[in-house]
Design a protein around this ligand. Structure first.
Ligand code: KG4
Ligand code: ZN
Length: 340
């Protein structure tokens, strides 16, 4: 088996990240700058703000990844770069920087799909048995994959509209919680003991696709009926009613948990050969969802995995990891590599 030392670069959205991954050793470093404070005032990610910040941070972040790994660029043989999906301006900065190093220092280069990075993020810390079912839930994506081996996977389902994290963020915004909404929803739901007060709609159980925009609308109309939301002014009217906020957050989280379980259940029934399940992406930082899904799988004798929070959210270690197995498979790109 060939040995590689891979520098991973990730700039697909609002995190500038770099990591070094080495055969037989694993992750040597994983460094990240998050733009969350820069983007907070906009309530989401502004692409132009993202690109400018990547441009500022990419060099020092890569340098820190090399320093933390106690190596120099001369020790790196392969550069793995996220090339899709993502914000074009942001992706281009990672790609141009990576290609420039590859050209100047004669390194091999590999383009990595960010979603493939998430799908294999559990493998950074665990030996995960195949066939494997992965639920990726982040701010931009909600996908189910059936994974047969490294780089060998098929899509089972995806969201038809909003992603799960996006639903948390948008519904949090409805009740005046700050961005990103997921952690705030989890905090309030915990204070309400994860009770299901309002029984929001769970959607269809017999499909592997997701839909979260209907849930957002249902919650908005429920709030209108409670005299808590003004549709015309797009304004939450019960700012001081912390109990109501907790009840919405708790009901929402239980509802999303049920939706995830419905999908896992349907996927496991349709593919009984599955040996393990993972829950990855930013939403998998949610301890309640993680523990509920773990129990769900373990009662069915299916091994459950979910990465540490630092590998759930966007990171470059997962990109370096995919780059590493592609390198072992001889799947290199050249300097014509482009985004998308
Ligand atoms: O993977 P990620 O960092 O970035 C994307 O690729 O989108 O995911 C960010 C998403 C946000 O929508 C955020 O609200 C959600 O993950 N999130 C959470 C939690 N922490 C982050 N959602 C639910 N519970 C959490 N504790
Ligand atoms: Zn992501």
């Amino acid at each position: 088996m060939n040995k590689f030392t891979v520098l991973g670069i990730e700039t697909s959205c609002d995190e500038t990240a770099a990591s070094v991954y080495k055969t037989d050793v694993g992750v040597l470093s994983s460094v990240l700058f998050s733009q969350i404070d820069l983007q907070k005032e906009y309530g989401g990610v502004v692409p132009e703000v993202a690109s400018r910040s990547h441009l500022e941070k990419i060099r020092p972040i890569i340098q820190k990844a090399l320093d933390d790994a106690k190596c120099t660029i001369d020790d790196i043989d392969t550069i793995a770069i996220t090339t899709k999906p993502g914000l074009p301006g942001s992706l281009l900065i990672g790609l141009c920087f990576g290609k420039t190093i590859a050209w100047a220092k004669q390194k091999k280069i590999i383009g990595v799909n960010h979603l493939e990075g998430h799908a294999f993020s559990s493998f950074l810390e665990n030996n995960v048995p195949f066939p494997h079912l992965c639920l990726t839930a982040s701010g931009g994506h909600t996908n189910l994959y059936l994974i047969h081996g490294f780089g060998d996977y098929i899509f089972l389902g995806q969201t038809l509209d909003d992603a799960a994290g996006e639903a948390f963020d948008k519904i949090a915004k409805l009740i005046n919680l700050p961005y990103p909404g997921g952690p705030e929803i989890e905090k309030l739901a915990k204070e309400a003991n994860f009770q299901d007060f309002f029984k929001y709609p769970r959607g269809q159980a017999n499909t592997l696709n997701f839909s979260f925009s209907g849930l957002k609308t249902a919650i908005m109309y429920d709030l209108i009926q409670r005299g808590a939301y003004d549709l015309k002014a797009k304004k939450f009217l019960k700012e001081d009613d912390l109990e109501l906020k907790k009840q919405v957050a708790s009901s929402l989280l239980v509802c999303v948990k049920d939706i995830f379980m419905q999908k896992l259940n349907f996927a496991l029934k349709s593919h009984p050969q599955i040996k393990s399940v993972s829950f990855v992406g930013g939403v998998a930082c949610n301890k309640y969802l993680k523990s509920e899904l773990r129990t769900f799988c373990e009662t069915r004798n299916i091994q459950f995995f979910s990465p540490s929070p630092k590998y759930c959210t966007d990171n470059a270690a997962m990109i370096a990891f995919v780059g590493h197995y592609k390198a072992q498979q001889g799947k290199f790109d050249d300097l014509n590599l482009d985004i998308f």
